[in-house]
Design a protein around this ligand. Structure first.
Ligand SMILES: [Zn+2]
Length: 374
């Protein structure tokens, strides 16, 4: 399973100047290669190398960075071409442009990680910079040390220097689950388990609400500083949501692993449908955040050999988890579940999570019957 780790660099002023110069030069070079590609209609990595390698060397790029610049340009054209459907395909009106601070990939020869010391050594136009400090969590450090593979991307964003690395984690053997921990995702409670544990969305929703209000006020002003402020707020909000998702996924996976259970989640489509019933503008935001939570759970579960199944979420909120009776009236309000048939009462999200847990048991049995038959 692949995932990305993003760490923040803390370069000294001299290191920062070298990084800035390197990123600027690499993107100047990318724009040059892009013009060559566009003018000569050569987009393949190898062909482009023939056309532009000499120029890049003359600009002061050494062999590896030059090759990465060429590959970056070639990949950008591939991506843009793939985005345009065949009928609409016509020659691009101008070459693809790269911003001066656009991300630049570095391979292991140009950038090496000393995870334990929390430093990297990186090729720059001013020579090799050793001992550039970075910060990361212990969990990120473990992932970087054990599973980092391939290139790392250097990015300058909002005044911060960031490195983005890809980690490839082999899945642990999945333990045969004794039962399933059901997880219901929502807005008031971001995640509720069938054990009755509720992870409240109160704090996160308050942050989102504040930012929405601010956006509404500032969007009227189209000034540059207003736009910058909005952008910074959006990033801060998504960092906050990310941390919340990390905390919740850790708690859920740890609990499932401790009790020898698998994890049952509803398909994302169900969340979209449900959220759509209320405020359409929230759909994108929340489904993105749920998707991230689902990914974090899947990744942490895979590392610990905890089984994860996705279940059909239809009627999980209206069905009684005790007797199975389905009725809209079982759900008199957002938070309450009270069965009109058997009288079973529970918090509505906990009842839904219990339904998801029992569908997980059924889903696991079905998929494993298929395994046995194969
Ligand atoms: Zn009932």
């Amino acid at each position: 399973m692949k995932f990305v780790v993003q760490v923040r660099l803390f370069p000294t002023p001299a290191q920062e100047a070298a990084l800035a110069d390197t990123l600027r030069l690499c993107n100047e070079a990318a724009n040059l290669v892009s013009r060559v590609a566009w003018e000569t209609k050569t987009f393949r990595n190898y062909d482009l190398r023939v056309h532009s390698y000499g120029d890049l060397k003359a600009m002061g790029l050494s062999a590896q960075p030059a090759q990465h610049v060429i590959k970056k340009v070639s990949d950008a054209y591939t991506t843009v071409k793939a985005q345009v459907s065949a009928e609409l395909r016509k020659p691009l009106a101008k070459p693809i442009g790269f911003r001066p601070d656009a991300a630049q990939p570095f391979d292991d020869r140009c950038l090496s990680w000393q995870v334990e010391a929390r430093t990297v050594s990186i090729w720059t136009t001013g020579g090799r910079m050793k001992g550039v400090r970075f910060a990361c969590s212990d969990e990120q450090a473990r992932a970087l040390a054990a599973y980092r593979k391939g290139e790392s991307d250097l990015i300058h964003r909002d005044g911060m220097w960031l490195l983005i690395a890809t980690c490839d984690v082999p899945d642990a053997d999945v333990t045969e689950p004794d039962a399933f921990l059901g997880v219901d995702l929502g807005i008031a409670n971001i995640a509720t388990t069938s054990d009755g544990e509720r992870h409240s969305g109160k704090h996160l929703n308050a942050v989102r609400h504040r930012n929405r209000e601010l956006r509404r006020r500032l969007q009227a002003k189209q000034t540059k500083s207003a736009k910058r402020l909005l952008k910074a707020r959006r990033r801060k909000e998504s960092r906050f949501a990310r941390n919340v998702n990390h905390r919740i996924s850790k708690s859920i996976v740890t609990e499932a692993a401790r009790t020898g259970r698998g994890i049952a989640l509803e398909d994302l489509q169900g969340i979209r449908d449900r959220v759509r019933l209320r405020k359409p503008q929230r759909v994108t935001l929340h489904s993105w955040s749920f998707h991230q939570l689902g990914q974090f759970i899947a990744y942490k579960a895979a590392r610990q050999g905890v089984a994860v199944v996705h279940v059909d979420p239809a009627y999980t909120s209206q069905a009684c988890s005790s007797c199975g009776h389905v009725d809209k009236k079982n759900r008199p309000d957002q938070a309450t579940f009270s069965c009109t048939s058997c009288g079973f009462a529970e918090h509505a999200d906990v009842n839904a999570a219990r339904n998801i847990a029992s569908r997980g048991v059924a889903g696991w049995a079905v998929s494993h019957a298929a395994d046995d038959a194969a």
